[in-house]
Ligand binder design. Structure first.
Ligand code: SF4
Length: 169
């Protein structure tokens, strides 16, 4: 998996001051996409140990509330395995911080179906706190929305939805 950047203080993509990881590659093709350069799976640099160390160091300060993973598309089949691993490592190292993940897919109709046959999708869904879901729909664009671009997109509390309170301390 390639990634475009690690943004070390971000207040636009989730609650509080966060670290945001922008992964590369997306095949959804939403009209009016805000980040077209991230459609290319070869954009940015390969994810490696150096990048993981940089991410962990960025997450360490007490003022950082958590990690947001966006793209591109974290749930693309060729990204999901690496994203699942990153999220599990962050969850283990910083159990007190929250993890948000963005997707152009819809939770019930796409991700809940895919997780039955794609273990990486299930691992991501089982280890994040919040999923911001749904494609960007230009006709539903609303600049007043927090943390998302169009009115169809939802901020889902996956801890409640999936009954996964046990993973949070
Ligand atoms: S899912 Fe996100 S990155 Fe992909 S095309 Fe839609 S808005 Fe752009």
């Amino acid at each position: 998996m390639n990634y475009a950047k690690i943004k070390k203080t971000d207040v636009a993509n989730g609650k509080g001051i966060r670290v945001s990881l922008f992964v590369s590659g997306c095949t959804r093709g939403c009209k009016g996409c805000f980040n077209r350069e991230a459609w290319d799976f070869a954009c940015g640099k390969p994810w490696d140990e150096v990048a993981e160390r940089e991410l962990m160091e960025a997450l360490a300060p007490a003022y950082i509330r958590g990690l947001s993973v966006l793209g591109g598309e974290p749930f693309e089949p060729q990204n999901a395995g690496t994203v699942a691993e990153i999220i599990e490592h962050v969850r283990a190292r910083f159990p007190q911080k929250d993890i948000w993940c963005y997707t152009g897919g819809v939770y019930e109709s796409e991700l809940c179906v895919r997780e039955k046959t794609e273990p990486a999708v299930a691992r991501i869904l089982d280890n994040i706190d919040v999923l911001v879901d749904g494609p960007y729909i230009e006709e539903l664009r609303n600049l007043r929305l927090e943390f998302r671009g169009s009115e169809n997109q939802r901020i889902l509390d996956l801890r409640k939805l999936r009954g996964n309170d046990k993973i949070f301390q």
